[in-house]
Design a protein around this ligand. Sequence first.
Ligand SMILES: Cc1cc2nc3c(=O)[nH]c(=O)nc-3n(C[C@H](O)[C@H](O)[C@H](O)COP(=O)(O)O)c2cc1C
Length: 227
Amino acid sequence: MTTTSPFVDDLIRDRRTKRGFLDRPVSIDTVKEILSAAKYAPSSSNSQPWRCYVLTGETRQRITASAVEAYRASPESLAPEYPFFPQPLHEPYITRFNSFRGMLGDAQGCCRTDKEGRRRDVERQFLFFDAPVGIIFTMDRRLEWASFLCYGCFLQNIMLAAKGRGLDTCPQQIWALQHQLLRAELNLPEDQMIVAGMSLGWADNSLPENQMSIGKLQLEEFTTFLS
Ligand SMILES: Cc1cc2nc3c(=O)[nH]c(=O)nc-3n(C[C@H](O)[C@H](O)[C@H](O)COP(=O)(O)O)c2cc1C
């Protein structure tokens, strides 16, 4: 029998993406604690490719307002700095994608063909779902795929360190669509690319979209045991 740490397992299981936050502040010291813990993430040859921009207060207000404005002005002109999914998407991912989008749409009260509902959802994304803290993550674009793996470890550490403090998160690659705006606002050098954003705050668990029970694969569906 191996000894396990149920606390860590619980944190991993209980972390779920939240898409609506309370109007309750998060202290900057707490954000510093979370990022200081997350920095112990493993990375290829200790390369630590992460760079974080923590947006709060007036800066957060200004950037979110500009992001919504840019989206409203020309939604189709916003393109990410790296592809999110292959086009066309193939199975089994189409089924999983549709099931997730359907569940989220039901929770938000809109269907897949509801363009107005989709627009509202994207605007909420660019408002960090009202979370008091928004974080933008960048990386040197000259790095390769391995650095995205490292980044994933770092992002998960942030989400778990937040959860351990009773806070919740939404990782948001959608912020990569706003690279032009963010480049100007954050004064980013050309070699830095936008990897993702993240909403961080106290989840409003009264919202249906924060009560979704997203299914996960069974162990045997993604693991082959060879002995
Ligand atoms: C790299 C990454 C990017 C994501 N980007 C977004 C995003 O832009 N907007 C969003 O609402 N959710 C985003 N998510 C959250 C996923 O939709 C969510 O993790 C997935 O549906 C599973 O739900 P769970 O996190 O509650 O287990 C992202 C997740 C990851 C790991």
